[in-house]
Design a protein around this ligand. Structure first.
Ligand SMILES: C[S@@+](CC[C@H](N)C(=O)[O-])C[C@H]1O[C@@H](n2cnc3c(N)ncnc32)[C@H](O)[C@@H]1O
Length: 239
């Protein structure tokens, strides 16, 4: 291939795709799909393809599954990464022209597409997208950074394991399957929480963490029951 484009497509709102992403989609001769997303995300991505690149073929890359029961965890992850890179390389080698990988949100935020492509023998370019972090701040009408302040982006798993990061005032939490905000519930924090940001299911809750944690629990529970999955992001802020 001449080039592979890693295109950020925004985190849910079809209007959040950038003009650069639209141009990149129009340039692509083939779109590579990993199909790891849930049905709803796949549908949202497919709608963008129909709108901006209706005639472009979509090729599913047959990725190997990770052996989650392996005794040698690090070895299994290493082997899986290598097998995954080989599958991507094979898919790329089977096509000519310009290829595209569509990435939810921004490819720079908790996504492995760039890391995998960096191992391959193919030139690639990244088209940034609007991340769920930007969508969260926009929806709540807040700034992410405070004057001369700093922000940590972390995962629910890490917050649950380590508690409040020493010295930080602002922490964005993603990939939280377990309600990790409970780990820091007694800290004097405000929370700005958003689920399905940018979609017609968008839900927002904000307030003192201790006061609204139960409301967020209930919203997450209802969403899981109704839709079968939930995707949420939140900012925890010490006043
Ligand atoms: C694998 S990461 C991908 C992040 C993505 N690259 C981005 O820029 O937002 C998935 C996590 O992103 C967050 N996320 C992505 N889209 C979201 C949305 N529409 N609403 C709320 N959170 C979202 C959630 O924290 C989810 O667990």
């Amino acid at each position: 291939m001449d080039e592979v484009l890693v295109i950020g497509i925004g985190a849910g709102d079809p209007e959040h795709i950038t003009l650069a992403a639209v141009s990149a989609l129009a340039r692509a001769d083939v779109i590579f799909s990993l199909d790891r997303a849930t049905g709803d995300l796949t549908a949202a991505r497919d709608a963008l393809i129909r709108r901006h690149a209706p005639a472009t073929p979509v090729v599913v890359v047959d990725e190997p599954r990770r052996d989650r029961g392996a005794a040698d965890y690090a070895g299994a992850v290493e082997a899986w990464r290598a097998a995954r890179a080989r599958a991507w390389q094979a898919a790329i080698d089977a096509h000519a022209g310009v290829g595209a990988f569509l990435v939810w949100g921004d490819p720079a935020v908790y996504d492995s597409t760039i890391a995998v492509l960096a191992q391959l023998a193919v030139p690639f370019r990244v088209i940034p997208g609007i991340s769920s972090v930007a969508a969260l701040c926009g929806a709540h009408r807040i700034a992410l950074t405070r004057v001369a302040g700093e922000v940590l982006i972390t995962t629910g798993r890490r917050l649950a394991a380590t508690g409040w990061p020493v010295g930080m005032t602002d922490v964005v939490v993603m990939l939280d399957g377990q309600g990790a905000y409970h780990r820091v519930r007694t800290e004097p924090l405000a929370i700005f929480w958003g689920a399905y940001l940018g979609t017609d299911r968008e839900q927002l809750i904000s307030g003192p963490l201790a006061a609204v944690a139960a409301q967020i629990d209930a919203a997450r529970e209802r969403a899981r029951t109704e839709y079968g999955w939930i995707m949420d992001t939140y900012l925890l802020r010490r006043s």
